[in-house]
Design a protein around this ligand. Structure first.
Ligand SMILES: NC(=O)c1ccc[n+]([C@@H]2O[C@H](COP(=O)([O-])OP(=O)(O)OC[C@H]3O[C@@H](n4cnc5c(N)ncnc54)[C@H](OP(=O)(O)O)[C@@H]3O)[C@@H](O)[C@H]2O)c1
Length: 219
């Protein structure tokens, strides 16, 4: 029997990625707590997403601090906004925190992976939430595809982190999304590699005019 997963909080949950992840997790029967700087916005988005998923969907909206009251907490903020995490650090000690942040930027030559002072976006997040069990994952899932509930995803979700229990929990979470397969990929120092794949996928997607995803062969 599948292990029950407690509520999943999403800090920055009102954005494209947070919305997409929320509907997929709610479709899988999980409770989702969307966080925002604006409670009213989060509640409005939550209501909209509950209607999209259908009867019984458990998606609640509140503050970003409300979203920390969860078994797993996803950071779905843009890199430029991660200082919002520092005042939440007390609430995240011991919690599995999942960084999905891509430092992707664009210039005339297309998308590229911007350098992050701490080494990766995941390390930058970890610096702001000391004591949290930081894992990085979900970088290559396109928000637009997550939001399309009329078809399953078709993606592997590579998960990295230094806490084996936290990595296993996030692999399990990824497996709950229809069409996704979670794959434990190694320590957090590999996060920079996962983050850097995203601009490559975006560049391919621009040429192919679709949201391309990632699958590993011969697993
Ligand atoms: N979009 C994708 O396809 C995709 C795929 C994989 C990973 N990601 C990663 O997921 C994260 C979220 O992506 P997204 O496209 O959902 O981003 P987004 O819509 O720009 O931002 C997400 C939420 O963060 C809050 N926010 C935005 N700018 C902020 C600021 N300057 N200061 C404080 N809060 C701010 C907003 O929530 P409130 O205004 O409600 O507070 C916003 O709804 C990014 O790190 C991205 O790299 C995205």
């Amino acid at each position: 029997m599948e292990r029950a997963i407690g509520p999943v909080g999403i800090i920055g949950g009102t954005g494209a990625f947070g919305r997409g992840l929320a509907v997929r997790l709610a479709r899988a029967g999980l409770e989702v707590r969307l966080g925002s700087r604006d409670t009213q916005r989060a509640q409005t988005v939550a209501e909209e997403l509950r209607s999209a998923v259908g009867a019984g969907a458990r998606i609640l909206g509140g503050t970003n601090r409300d979203a920390t009251a969860a078994e797993l907490v996803v950071v779905a903020l843009p890199l430029a906004a991660i200082d919002l995490l520092s005042p939440l650090a007390d609430a995240l000690v011991g919690t599995v925190v999942v960084c999905v942040v891509n430092p992707t930027r664009f210039d005339d030559a297309g998308p590229y992976n911007a350098a992050v002072e701490e080494g990766s976006a995941a390390h930058a997040v970890a610096h702001r939430v000391p004591g949290a069990r930081v894992v990085a994952a979900f970088h290559s899932l396109a928000a637009a595809e997550l939001q399309r509930l009329d078809r399953p995803m078709d993606d592997d979700v590579l998960v990295v982190g230094d806490d084996p229990g936290a990595v296993a929990a996030v692999v399990d979470l990824a497996d709950r999304i229809e069409g996704c397969r979670g794959v434990a990929a190694g320590p957090l120092r590999l996060a920079v590699g996962l983050e850097a794949i995203t601009p490559v996928l975006v560049a391919v997607g621009r040429q192919q005019r679709r949201h391309v995803g990632l699958r590993l062969s011969r697993l």
